[in-house]
Design a protein around this ligand. Structure first.
Ligand code: NDP
Length: 249
């Protein structure tokens, strides 16, 4: 039985995959807080209303995960309003796909900063509290492309692969303190981004997936919630692939 007083923060919580992560954690009885960019406040409020109508009580906070100061202020605000963060899902991410020959420094830095620096910026705010309270669940959302590489994604694959090293190292630091740290690596998931591709490209992608379909966002939510369960304390430093068999390590 999970402790329902625990506080769960999901960065990128209002996104395609983030929404299902929030819903699954809410179903576990957690107090869920979805973090989003200030510029998206109007969309986030509409999103929150929709979740509420579907029976999910999810709070919102503003953050820019590329800024340490913004993450510090966000964590302080959450602590004052709800209490310390017990569960953290680092889900915010972007892509700027282009071959390395054509990649500029902005495309490199934006992807590294949003996908990898962000993991330091946010996790650094919560690790002390988790350690002191003797409980923590941290899940980093990586990608199959961080495992196998992808044409046009040197920036994204480097950032997502970097998450694995972070995960394993912090798992060692948290192991005796009740803090588990794991990575979930989705394959191709039917979010807006993937559904916006042409039918032809989508069929080509699906043709490479042994299970023969795209993943559903709820299948990622389910894996994350499992790792965040109070009873999942013996799983740490692991990478959980949810990719339809696209890549087996
Ligand atoms: P979305 O674009 O729907 O979600 C990403 C979220 O991150 C958005 O809510 C976005 O906010 C937020 N975000 C981006 N930049 C920042 C920032 N600087 N500060 C705070 N929040 C930010 O994508 P998905 O749901 O598809 O992806 C979620 C995660 O899963 C990502 O890390 C992605 O790399 C990973 N992933 C996705 C796969 C897929 O097939 N969809 C496959 C493998 C991994 P906003 O909307 O305001 O920009």
């Amino acid at each position: 039985m999970n402790d329902t007083r625990k506080i769960a923060l999901v960065t990128g919580g209002t996104g395609g995959i983030g929404t299902e992560i929030c819903r699954h954690l809410a179903r576990q009885g957690r107090q869920v807080i979805a973090a989003h960019l200030a510029a998206e406040s109007e969309q986030a409020a509409a999103w929150q209303k929709k979740q509420c109508e579907a029976g999910f009580d999810i709070a919102l906070v503003v953050v820019d995960v590329t800024s340490f100061e913004s993450c510090e202020a966000m964590a302080k605000g959450v602590e004052e309003r709800f209490g310390g963060i017990d569960i953290l899902v680092n889900c915010a991410g972007i892509t700027r796909d282009v071959t390395l020959r054509k990649m500029d420094t902005e495309q490199w830095s934006a992807v590294l900063s949003t996908n990898l620096d962000s993991v330091f910026n946010v996790t650094r705010q919560v690790i002390e509290g988790m350690t002191e309270r003797g409980f923590g669940r941290i899940v980093n959302i990586s990608s199959v492309n961080g495992q196998k590489g992808q044409f046009g994604q040197t920036n994204y694959a480097a950032a997502k692969a970097g998450m694995h090293g972070f995960t394993k190292s912090l798992a060692l630091e948290g192991a005796r303190k009740g803090v588990t740290v794991n990575t979930v690596s989705p394959g191709y998931i039917a979010t807006e981004m993937v559904m916006a591709m042409s039918e032809e490209i989508r069929s080509q992608i699906i043709g490479t997936v042994p299970i023969g379909r795209l993943g559903k966002p709820e299948e990622i939510g389910r894996a994350v919630a499992f790792l965040c369960d109070d009873d999942s304390g013996y799983i740490t430093g692991a990478d959980f692939s949810v990719n339809g068999g696209l890549y087996m390590s």
